[in-house]
Design a protein around this ligand. Structure first.
Ligand SMILES: [Zn+2]
Length: 235
């Protein structure tokens, strides 16, 4: 019997780090956890071994999230967040993979918001540590992009949106992941309608099922094409 593919789902923020806040007061950390629990259930149902980086309202430093996935020997890392924009009308889902260029300005405000949890840098956060972190994800960037494309396609379908592409940005949480890894901004918590939808369990389940379908398509995709040398080292 082949072991199940392992997916680590990371609910963004937690504890004192609330993340973004909706106009009616819904906090990103709570919406992300609820969504992550639904995603865990959807992935388990689809035959994956799905685990969470946090099961409750606790703060985990950004560096430790990918480390947990590495230590678990995960095949995939998904960090789940909710988007926020000054324009109340902004809506829909965006899927990101890592940019190694810190000056990538395409999503600068969002990146600043999401990287705010990168306080309490570990003592080993020397230049060398930083380089090793980047190297971890660097080997998987092509696969991470493919993963992002598959998940974005499913979320576009769910939202009735055509042609929204994936984005690349320097999110700290993705840097150290030694496996395909993406950050999903599932909806805009700053949009009053989407904030309302996020409180609806049926909507969250639909989002979770779409992401899980994207994950399944990704694995079907990479298993039908030869993998790059070295990409599957140690597994
Ligand atoms: Zn976030």
């Amino acid at each position: 019997m082949t072991p199940r593919l392992k997916v680590v789902v990371d609910p963004g923020h937690g504890g004192d780090d609330t993340g973004a806040k909706g106009p009616k007061g819904l906090e990103e950390k709570d919406a992300a956890l609820a969504l992550a629990q639904d995603l865990q259930a959807a992935l388990e149902k689809a035959g994956f071994d799905a685990r969470l980086t946090r099961e409750d309202d606790t703060f985990i430093p950004l560096w430790d999230r990918a480390r947990k996935a590495n230590e678990a020997g995960a095949d995939l890392f998904l960090s789940l967040h909710l988007n926020a924009a000054k324009a109340k009308a902004a809506k829909g889902s965006e899927v990101f993979f890592l940019s190694l260029d810190q000056g990538d300005t395409d999503a600068a405000e969002l990146v600043a918001l999401e990287n705010a949890g990168a306080v309490d840098r570990p003592a080993q956060d020397t230049v060398l540590f930083s380089i090793l972190q980047d190297l971890a994800q660097k080997a998987y960037l092509q696969e991470s992009e493919r993963l992002a494309v598959h998940i974005q396609a499913q979320l576009n379908h769910l939202g009735g949106i055509k042609g929204r592409g994936v984005k690349q940005a320097p999110f700290v949480v993705l840097r150290g992941a030694a496996m395909p890894a993406v950050l999903v901004e599932a909806a805009f918590i700053s949009n009053p309608r989407e904030e309302q939808k996020l409180r609806d369990a049926a909507f969250r389940r639909r989002v979770a099922e779409s992401v899980a379908r994207g994950v399944r398509r990704f694995f079907a995709d990479i298993s039908s094409t030869p993998r790059r040398q070295g990409a599957d080292q140690g597994r």
